[in-house]
Design a protein around this ligand. Sequence first.
Ligand SMILES: Cc1cc2nc3c(=O)[nH]c(=O)nc-3n(C[C@H](O)[C@H](O)[C@H](O)COP(=O)(O)OP(=O)(O)OC[C@H]3O[C@@H](n4cnc5c(N)ncnc54)[C@H](O)[C@@H]3O)c2cc1C
Ligand code: SF4
Length: 573
Amino acid sequence: MRRRGGSTARAIRPADYPPPFRSSEAIADFTDPADERIEVGVVIVGAGPAGLACAIRLGQLLEERPDVAEQLGEVPIAIVDKGKAPGSHLLSGAVMNPRSLRRLFGDRLGIEDVPNYGYVHGESVYFMTKKRAIPIPPPPVMKNHGNVVVSVSQLGRFLAEQAEEAGAMILPETAADRLIVTGEAVRGIRTGDKGRGREGQELGNFEPGNDIEARVTVLSEGTQGYLTGSAIDRFGLAGPYPQQWELGVKEVWKVAKPLDGIVHTMGWPLRPQAKYREFGGSWLYPMGEDMISLGFVIGLDYRDVELSAHDLLQELKTHPKIRRILEGGERLAWGAKTIPSGGYLALPTRLYAPGLVICGDGAGLVNIPRLKGIHYAIESGRLAAEAIVASFDRGQGPRTALASYDAAVRSGFIGNDLREVRNIRQVFSRGMVVGGALSGAMIASKGKFPPRDVPTHADAEQSLLRTGRAASYPAPDGKLTFDKLSSVFASGNRTRDDQPNHIRIEETVPRDVAELWVRLCPAQVYEIGADRGDGTVEVLMAPSNCVQCGAITAKGGRLTPPEGGSGPEYQLT
Ligand SMILES: Cc1cc2nc3c(=O)[nH]c(=O)nc-3n(C[C@H](O)[C@H](O)[C@H](O)COP(=O)(O)OP(=O)(O)OC[C@H]3O[C@@H](n4cnc5c(N)ncnc54)[C@H](O)[C@@H]3O)c2cc1C
Ligand code: SF4
């Protein structure tokens, strides 16, 4: 069997080494007796754009409807988030379509009141080779006229203030660990314990989790939602085709010269041949006069065990064009996160269950060809709030009446946009050239071509290959290029080392699977341990490095929520 350079396909797939995890672990009945439960009207899991928009709209509607507010009790709206503070776990490009914020705030606030770095005033797209950057006309899906540059972490902090003003109670450092289901209805969530040691033992500062009982539970957990995935299994909501993900790594740079307009690149350092399944590219967005958001996204259906999103971004920065932009600058921040990319065909069959709605990235509401999800998250949160209040209005109660949310998402601009681009991402698995040509026809026909849908495939089901790819990653110099541990430091991660391990993987696997995980993880959580002598090796873990990007769940493991308050502390991402 050829190993180096020969790229011989090997029939090893990460999906054949599933993690020790059952989604039923995340579903339970009440734990606390009735008089010890925290009672709220609506509990929202996740203070991202989706959850916060939902809270803000609920607050606006309850002001107009004191009768519904009364039914929701003393704490009508509560939001839990596992990050240290609102915004701590939010990371995006980000060029945002402002239409949803306009709909959310109406004449209460304008875009100029929201933290942003201005409207996009010029854009370029380059096809990269190792030495050259060839300008190409921006394809229609990459046009961003009318959109604004934001840091979603800053946007999250701002929206959290607005949600509090609208009457929501925000509980940061609080992971939702279980979905409370009794009979066939969702009744709230249970928060995670704090203060356990590595073996799960109670430490001096131990605090048990709590049951939060709610009339309605909104899951807005973002990518790889832990309770969301479990709810999809529990209520049989899985869509016709499997979800897929991309991994994005991002750096924020202080630069000497302002960047004039936004830049996207495709091509190098990815390889165009179909056998590698390498789909992705980079962005550079100006954040005012002296900062730049720079990132690289790669589809997680790739096959090469040595591919590393972290190191592809480092390699990209050595290109003469990018090096020139960053010259004299300094890296301020780093982070990583996955993006759902299955699109319309991977949406759950229903975005609700009795007492439950699912919003934003957790539902997969992302337009990958446009790299846009923020405005869908905000709009879905707003629509969820409308449906929740309407359900009380009709006197039906939230157990049965949340279907109007699903209908509003599918028949509004979210559903229409996603339907139009539903086959584009998949055709890039046939290589950049074929993918580019087919996607052009799909865009021109507004989604009418091809007549039959192109299925998605689970990322972990791709067989692995090995080509010696890692040899070309640049050595870190600490100025332009960095190693993974210094990147973790730049994410603000200060997780204590003695927490219980929140990552589930099969710990003895073929060497190729182990190496895939080592390279995949942008935060250096995995290391190859002892060779068992039978083709398998042990995988060692440093879970406190984890920035909760979610990539391991796409490629054969399972991320579960760690203790609330741990993980990255993003400020600028
Ligand atoms: C690299 C990258 C680049 C992108 N670029 C763009 C772009 O340029 N433009 C654009 O429009 N979109 C972009 N997107 C997509 C966009 O960021 C998302 O669509 C959007 O942030 C989704 O919002 P959300 O509220 O659904 O989820 P998120 O923003 O992910 O927020 C979810 C929140 O829930 C919390 N949470 C999750 N699980 C739990 C739990 N169990 N308990 C408690 N809290 C929990 C998380 O801590 C987080 O704060 C990009 C995404 C990435 C990763
Ligand atoms: S261990 Fe954490 S940081 Fe590493 S791939 Fe998994 S989720 Fe991402």
